[in-house]
Ligand binder design. Structure first.
Ligand code: DCP
Ligand code: MG
Ligand code: MG
Length: 362
């Protein structure tokens, strides 16, 4: 059967999270900056929302330049640990839509491949429904949007997801790959960098169609055997690399907002209970056990704080998760006076759980 692969990439990821956390940012240009130790005007843009992009702001641009392009934009510092938690939540949603736990490959903080060949039985109409369902689930649970690409291999799926952005979905069937690629400039081919692009330009190859038609022996003589052959295949839309988890994610977590900012213990502990139920379900499904529990609180002033507990032995009991997460949450309530906005719980230091003893057995 022909493979069906989905690639998902979050839209303006860091800036989208900041927008979600602060409704007052809606409609404004938002720029997330990685400030250097030289202070606020040093550093580079991590990402920006689409309103800021309309003003010419781009990732990796000096923050100073971004400020000059759009002085009234809101500039925020990167909160990497927080974005990583959101990423974990999103990845769990994506993973649960793949054919199996192993048919999932996270390739960066905001994107992943999933193989769905079996789930859709090779049918691209069903594949599109799965893609739409994923978008809905991410929107509902995480309140951010993503763009989805579906194709017969990773190369096509990856290029398809960036074809319509933001909040897009693009389906490219095997028989459509040639048309899809043909007019694209070679630099759009996933895997081609600036150096290769320049070398190809010297050879008067600027479109994927020209590259696909080029003599493979000549490509090999310029780029060497491995790369030359890869260029020829990629330009023809071929890619047989498997979707494969590279490094198993070391954490399973869930985060959610309270109905309104509050310090109401019933509300907080009942949401925590729901989140733990979700986390433990995933722990069992992945057949892992964990050695640490972390609780995160985002306060109504957007300050984020975490507390963790690490054990000597790996466990997978709901009771132990419960006991520790509740204790950590109580500490938060004792130490703070500000309302809680969002809470999260995650387990870490995962290990395979085969033949696992419960902590109660030690
Ligand atoms: N990132 C970064 N520095 C860069 C590029 C990216 O810090 N030079 C971070 C911020 C992005 C995140 O990685 O939010 C994901 O990168 P993407 O390339 O997927 O870009 P975005 O998700 O921000 O935007 P898009 O909607 O184009 O995917
Ligand atoms: Mg993205
Ligand atoms: Mg990305």
């Amino acid at each position: 059967m022909e493979r069906v692969i989905i690639h998902v990439d979050m839209d303006y990821f860091y800036a989208a999270i900041e927008e979600r956390e602060d409704p007052a940012l809606k409609g404004k240009a938002v720029v997330v900056c990685m400030y250097s130790n030289r202070g606020e005007s040093g550093g580079a843009v991590s990402t920006s929302n689409y309103i800021a992009r309309d003003a010419g702001i781009r990732s990796a641009m000096p923050c100073k330049l971004a400020i000059s392009k759009k002085p009234d934009a809101v500039f925020l510092p990167v909160r990497k640990a927080f974005y990583e938690e959101v990423s974990e939540n999103v990845m769990e949603i994506l993973r649960s839509n793949a054919d199996s736990e192993e048919a999932f490959e996270k390739i960066s903080i905001d994107e992943a491949f999933l193989e769905i060949t079996e789930s859709c039985n090779g049918d691209y109409d069903i594949a599109k429904e799965i893609g739409l369902r994923i978008k809905e689930e991410v929107k509902l649970k995480e309140r951010i949007t993503c763009s989805v690409g579906i194709g017969p291999n990773k190369l096509i799926a990856k290029m398809a997801s960036s074809f319509r952005k933001p909040d897009g979905i693009t389906v490219i069937r095997q028989e459509e790959t040639e048309d899809f690629l043909k007019s694209m400039p070679v630099k759009k081919l996933w895997g081609i960098g600036k150096v290769t692009e320049d070398k190809l330009a010297e050879m008067e190859i600027t479109t994927v169609e020209e590259l696909a038609a080029f003599d493979v022996m000549e490509l090999i003589s310029v780029f060497g055997k491995k790369k030359g052959m890869w260029l020829k295949k990629a330009a023809s839309g071929q890619d047989d690399s498997p979707v494969k988890e590279r490094t198993a994610s070391d954490q399973i977590g869930r985060m959610a907002s309270l109905k309104n900012d509050s310090r109401n213990e019933n509300m907080i502990f009942s949401l925590l209970d729901e989140l733990m139920e979700d986390v433990i379900g995933k722990v069992k499904k992945r057949k892992v056990s964990f050695r640490s529990v972390t609780v995160t609180v985002i306060f109504s002033n957007f300050k984020t704080s975490t507390k963790s507990k690490t054990f000597n032995h790996a466990v997978n009991d709901r009771e132990i998760l419960d006991e520790n997460a509740v204790e950590l949450m109580k500490q938060f309530l004792e130490e703070s006076t500000i309302n809680f906005r969002r809470i999260g719980v995650r387990v870490g230091n995962l290990q395979e759980s085969t033949g696992q003893k419960s902590l109660f057995d030690f």
